[in-house]
Each structure stands twice: as structure tokens, then as C-alpha cells.
Design a protein around this ligand. Structure first.
Ligand SMILES: Nc1nc2c(ncn2[C@@H]2O[C@H](COP(=O)(O)OP(=O)(O)OP(=O)(O)O)[C@@H](O)[C@H]2O)c(=O)[nH]1
Ligand SMILES: [Mg+2]
Length: 336
């Protein structure tokens, strides 16, 4: 199943470059949270109930979800000593530990299934969430890992969609199966599966059309594609990646749940984190969808896709210093 590349892509040099990408993506959320914690602590000259409430509000604004924000605030109440002054740095460290603890119990990607010679990956989601761009970014990562990649242009619906993917395929020097606009996406998939087998491809990435979760016939179309994939290749699709736009916030999660139910989504790619102050949504996704976040998109370029790492996320969200890094990593590393 899911296989998070072990950091083998060309853009992933040392950890610093990896970390800086996540951090860059989370910059807006990070700045907001840090500023608000600083202000709340300063206003009350220490830590009291007004700080907890301000913090809870900040977390809600960062889209961690109301329940999760309340639970985090409660954990901080328990962990702080009312008779001793707590400064903003200490508060941040406590919050980071609590967030790491939450993340450590979050769903994890299933291990890659051994013996799968052709892995079929669907990318699904609402209109404009970033499916096509993510298809190209993933293709690049897989290709950099030495895998033979084939693309399927199964968005035959939107004008220009096939050409859009073709441009990426050309840039990446990767083969792509396409039909004309308006063709049956299942037919594209069928041909792509046959072509993948004939070419000995190891991963087939299927870009699908954006659709609203309320459009029953379009959701059915995805179900049909799943059946066809499963009939042709046992176990396929091995991954169905739900591509979510971070800027839509928690409102998008109700729609997203339909994709879990109707399209069998197995993991989330969270895009546009670079343009959002709502990076806390990762926590809400875990709570609402019970799906692992596998990658985050932090820009429009081919290299702007980062495998999700819970401890990096907590650090990027709340800042880190040398002494705290290993601590955070330990908390999340202990979880399965
Ligand atoms: N800033 C930023 N922009 C992104 C990211 N991912 C995608 N985009 C942009 O979002 C826009 C839509 O991306 P697409 O990949 O075409 O989205 P889509 O889901 O395929 O859209 P439809 O096929 O129309 O449903 C494009 O302008 C992308 O460049 C990201 O991580 N960060
Ligand atoms: Mg698209």
C-alpha cells in the first residue's frame, strides 16, 4: 500500500531542506499562533485562564477543530502550575508536546504490500483541490526513486484537463495514456492498466476529474473505476489519495468524508499549506476522517510536495530549538 518515499527525491537533501519546506508551508499558521501566544501571555503577565482561553481560540482559528482545541487547552491546564509563572516559550513547548502526543496516536499509512508489481494510485477530490499538480509531483518522486511511472489522464470532463497533465508528463519525460475530451474515464483507466502491464510499469497514477461529493453519478463513476481497477489488478487501487485544499478549512471536511465513504480514500494529500493560516487542519483531519495525512503541498512547483512527518509538523507549527527537537521526535517516534 502506501509508501512514503524514504526521502529519496532529488529535492530532499539533508533534513534542513526537508524541514524548511514544511516550515515554509506552515509559515502563516506558525506566525499567527506564536504571536497570539506571546500576546496572551504578555497581557496576563504569566499563565492564567485568560491565556488558556486565548490559546484555545487561536487553535480554533488555525483549524485544529473545536473539540481538539478544547482538549489541548485542557491538557495545558493540567500541566501548568498556577502558582508558578509560565512564559510563552514554556507554553509553546508544552503545546508542542501535546500536539505531538495527539499526532502519535493518529492513523498511520499502511505498509507497502509486498509482492505488488504494479501499484495503482487514484487521486480524487473536489474541483481545484490540486489533484493534477499533485499527480505530477508524486510522479516525480516515484520516478526519482527509480520506479517506472505511467500517468492516466482520467479527467476527461474539464476542458483543458488532459492537456494540463500532458504538459507535466512531457516535462517529466513520462508516458501518459489519454483519450479525447468527453471520453469515458473508465475506458481511459482500462487502457492505462493494459498499457502499464505491457510496459512493466511499477506505478500507475490516475488523475481524476474534480467532483462535488453531492453529485451521485460522479461519485458512482469513481466507484466504477475502482471496480475496474480491482478486476484487472488484484488489490487495485492500492491507494486512493484524497487531495484536500488546506485553505478551505474544516468546512471541507464534511465533503471529504463522502470521499472516504464513496471513493474509499485511504490517505490524504493536504495541498496549499503555503497559502493558509490553517495548518492546524491536520489534527481535524485525523479526528474527522481517521485517515493518515501522507503528503503536504507547499507550493506550485514539482518539488513542493513533502512527505508528512508528525514531529516535523509540530515543530514547524510551534517553532523549535535544539534542545527540544529530539524530545519532540521521541514522542512521535514511539507511536505506531
Ligand atoms: N500554492 C499552492 N498552489 C497549489 C498547490 N497545489 C496545487 N496548487 C495550485 O492550485 C491550482 C489548481 O491545481 P490543480 O492541480 O489543477 O487542481 P485539480 O484538483 O486538478 O483541479 P480540477 O482538475 O479542476 O478539479 C493550480 O493553480 C495549482 O498550481 C500547493 O500545494 N500550493
Ligand atoms: Mg485536475
Amino acid at each position: 500500500m502506501t509508501d512514503i518515499p524514504p526521502g529519496g527525491a532529488p529535492d530532499d537533501k539533508p533534513r534542513n531542506s526537508f524541514f524548511s519546506k514544511v516550515k515554509r508551508g506552515l509559515f502563516m499558521t506558525h506566525t499567527e499562533i506564536i504571536e497570539k501566544i506571546g500576546t496572551a501571555v504578555k497581557e496576563s503577565l504569566g499563565f492564567d485562564e485568560s491565556v488558556v482561553l486565548a490559546l484555545e481560540e487561536t487553535l480554533v482559528e488555525a483549524d485544529v477543530g473545536a473539540d481538539t482545541a478544547a482538549a489541548l487547552a485542557e491538557a495545558l491546564r493540567r500541566r501548568t502550575n498556577p502558582t508558578r509563572r509560565t512564559d510563552a516559550t514554556e507554553l509553546r513547548t508544552l503545546l508542542r508536546e501535546e500536539i505531538s502526543r495527539w499526532l502519535s496516536s493518529a492513523p498511520r499509512a499502511a505498509a507497502a504490500s509486498p509482492g505488488v508489481s504494479l501499484e495503482v494510485v487514484f487521486l480524487v477530490g473536489v474541483n481545484g483541490s490540486g489533484k493534477t499538480t499533485t499527480t505530477a509531483k508524486l510522479a516525480r518522486r516515484y520516478a526519482a526513486d527509480g520506479r517506472a511511472v505511467l500517468l492516466a489522464a482520467a479527467d476527461t470532463f474539464r476542458a483543458g484537463a488532459i492537456e494540463q497533465l500532458q504538459i507535466w508528463a512531457d516535462r517529466l519525460h513520462l508516458p501518459m495514456v489519454r483519450h479525447r475530451e468527453g471520453a469515458d474515464p473508465s475506458a481511459v483507466l482500462f487502457d492505462a492498466l493494459a498499457s502499464a502491464r505491457a510496459r512493466g510499469v511499477s506505478v500507475l497514477l490516475v488523475d481524476t476529474a474534480g467532483r462535488l461529493h453531492t453529485k451521485h453519478n460522479l461519485m458512482e463513476e469513481l466507484a466504477k473505476m475502482r471496480r475496474i481497477a480491482g478486476r484487472e489488478i488484484p488489490g487495485a487501487p492500492h491507494q486512493t489519495l484524497l487531495v484536500l485544499d488546506a485553505t478551505t478549512g474544516t468546512n471541507g471536511l464534511a465533503q471529504a468524508r463522502k470521499f472516504v465513504e464513496a471513493a474509499g480514500a485511504t490517505g490524504v494529500v493536504l495541498t496549499k499549506l503555503d497559502g493558509s493560516a490553517k495548518g492546524g487542519i491536520v489534527l481535524a483531519i485525523y479526528r474527522e476522517l481517521k485517515l493518515p495525512v501522507l503528503y503536504v503541498g507547499v507550493g506550485e512547483g514539482l518539488d513542493d510536495l513533502v512527505p508528512f512527518d508528525p514531529s516535523e509538523y509540530a515543530s514547524a507549527l510551534l517553532g523549535e530549538d535544539q534542545a527540544e527537537t529530539s524530545e519532540t521526535a521521541d514522542v512521535s517516534g514511539s507511536a505506531v
